[in-house]
Each structure stands twice: as C-alpha cells, then as structure tokens.
Design a binder for this molecule. Structure first.
Ligand SMILES: [Zn+2]
Length: 348
C-alpha cells in the first residue's frame, strides 16, 4: 500500500472561495459576515472536484490513500481576527471531512488550525479536539508564521506553543509544519516562503530542547525538509559547535521529512542523507507545481516515480517510506485501514 502523507483540497468547488470572499468583504461590517451554513456544496460537486484531479492521479500513479487537509495557501491566518480564522477553519475542516466520508478508502483527514497572529496557540485546542475526536482526523497543519511572511510569532520552540503541544501529545497527533500564503512581496509563497519555513523550523528545533520537554511530540517538515537535507553538513556542524547532541538523537525521533521534492536527484539526496525511518512518501498533489517536466515527460509532482527509481532501497526500506513510517508517525492511522479510520469518525 502507498500512503501519500501530504495532499490538500486545492480543487474545492468555487463556492468555498466565494464564501471566503464574502467573509473578507465583511471584515469592515460584521453584520454582513456569512454564516457557515450559508455555504452550500452538494456531494456531487465534491465528487466532481476530485474525480478528475486527486482521485485520477491516485489511480494513475498507483497510490492508495492521501492524508488530506484544507488548501494550505487558503488558510491565510493573517486575515481578520481569531473568530474569522475559527469560522474559516471549521468550514474548511468540515469540507475535508465530507471528502473523507465520500471516499473513505482514498482519504484520511488532517485539519487546519484556527491560528491568528498574536493569539495564543491554545486558542486552537477546541478545533483540534473537534477534528480529532469528532471528525476522525489524524493530525494537523501547524503554521509557524500566521502573519504570512512577516514572522511575528515566537519560534516554534518557545513556551508560547507548549499548551498546543501538550494537547497534540495527549491526542497522539503529529503536526505538519506548514505555512500559508505570503503577504511579503520578498517571498514567493510556494517557491520561497514554504521552503524558508521548512528550513527555519528545523533550525529552531536544533537550537532548542523542545523534544526533551516533549519526547513524543512529532513534526513532519514538508517539501523534502526545505534546504535541510542538502545542507545537512551545515546543520550537523552547527549542532556540534553549539554543543548540541548529535542530530540523530537530538531530533530524529521527533522530526520527519516528506518526499515532496520534484526531481530525482533531490529524492536521491534525501534518501542518502536522511535515515529511511524519517522519510514519509508524499506528493502534495494537486499542489504547487502542476506541470509536466519536459525532460521526463511526467508530472513534476509524480514523486512515486522518483522513489521507485531508488535502486539502493531494500524492499523493507521502500515499505517504510511508502507506508510504514506514515502509520507510525500518525498512530491514529496505525494498523487500521483508511475506511476503519473514517468509520470511527462517523460513529463519534
Ligand atoms: Zn502542502
């Protein structure tokens, strides 16, 4: 089985974006704020939005289950205030939940958190609990920079975040470190802001004792870990200079990398530098890069091809990257089938 640990509902029906535009337009006049119940999307619209996109790609590429979350660039936590973010997050999470109920073999949910700049992260706990306990979601996306490119929050290792981490540990859910759109013209969202954030999060973890405080807290750093695997010697050396423990014991029980690197040499490097137990298969389809590489004739984000090409992997290594590690990092998936995860949600 192949589990893709990183997919977003980027193809949601346009009614979702229309609702969001109304919500943003009403920021100056709260009496015009739309209710969540005013978003009407039929099941057949959801099916249509997936059949020729994520589901088609799963079938064509031979992957089985996608760990699925709301569209990352739409999270836009900087918009409005805490209540704006809460309503929008609930709406997006509910929609992902409907996807998982319509296609219980193909998708398992991960939630967006209702973060807001300057608001304490514990404000996200009720929505995290709702998504895990009632919607059957198995993880969350945590934005280290809700300001959207201006980096105003304390580092992820600051005690500011600890109440949320306590809840993540209690619920046994990991977070994917995932920023949203960039409001800073210096940083292109998917080309710079995403990769910067991935690299930044790793360096924050390196300089801290976060995982001494939370030995079972787990983060997935997406997009292949940003610049980290390529610059592993730098991080190893910096850790050494700072008298930090060796990176493997310091971070690799808690930090994982996905395979959203869109060319073979990148995946090859990732697999050589990062231990197999820390690599989770992912494609982030349908996502940031949607085209076809003229040199290969295949979609850039068809990352399974790159992993398949890694001849040095044993069958057991390949199984861990494709399936085993995801089941371990997301214990609420664990040994269950996707359908069993989603059926438990229906009963809740
Ligand atoms: Zn993503």
């Amino acid at each position: 089985m192949i589990i893709d640990c990183h997919g977003h509902y980027t193809t949601a029906p346009s009614e979702l974006e229309a609702w969001r535009k109304r919500q943003i337009a009403a920021l100056d006049d709260p009496s015009k704020t739309p209710k969540r119940s005013e978003l009407v999307i039929r099941d057949d619209q959801i099916r249509e939005s997936l059949e020729n996109a994520q589901l088609k790609m799963q079938r064509e590429r031979g992957t089985d289950v996608t760990i699925f979350s709301p569209r990352a660039s739409f999270m836009a936590h900087h918009v409005g205030d805490e209540s704006t973010s809460r309503e929008w997050s609930m709406l997006c999470n509910d929609l992902v939940h409907r996807v998982c109920q319509l296609y219980p073999d193909n998708f398992v949910g991960v939630c967006q958190l209702p973060q807001s700049p300057g608001v304490k992260p514990e404000s996200c706990i009720p929505e995290l609990e709702r998504c895990v306990n009632e919607l059957g979601m198995i993880g969350c996306n945590l934005n280290p920079d809700p300001s959207g490119g201006h980096w105003k929050e304390p580092p992820l290792t600051d005690r500011w975040w600890y109440p949320l981490y306590e809840k993540m540990v209690e619920l046994d859910v990991p977070a994917m470190v995932h920023v949203s759109t960039s409001c800073n013209p210096c940083f292109h969202a998917t080309g710079a802001h995403y990769i910067n954030a991935d690299t930044t999060a790793f360096m924050q973890f390196l300089t801290s004792d976060l995982f001494r405080d939370f030995p079972t807290l787990r983060f997935i750093i997406p997009h292949g870990g940003g610049a980290v695997p390529y610059h592993w010697g730098r991080y190893k050396g910096l850790a050494q200079d700072m008298k930090r423990p060796p990176l493997k014991e310091h971070l690799l029980n808690n930090v994982f990398f996905d395979t959203c690197v869109y060319h073979y040499p990148g995946i090859e490097l990732l697999s050589k530098v990062i231990p197999v137990d820390n690599i989770l298969f992912a494609s982030e389809m349908v996502g940031a890069v949607r085209g076809i590489d003229p040199d290969t004739g295949h979609h850039y984000d068809d990352t399974r091809r790159y992993v398949d090409q890694l001849k040095a992997l044993s069958a057991s290594d390949r199984h861990r990257i494709f399936e085993g590690n995801a089941r371990r990092v997301f214990p609420r998936f664990g040994t269950k089938t996707a359908r069993e995860v989603n059926a438990a949600a229906r009963r809740a």
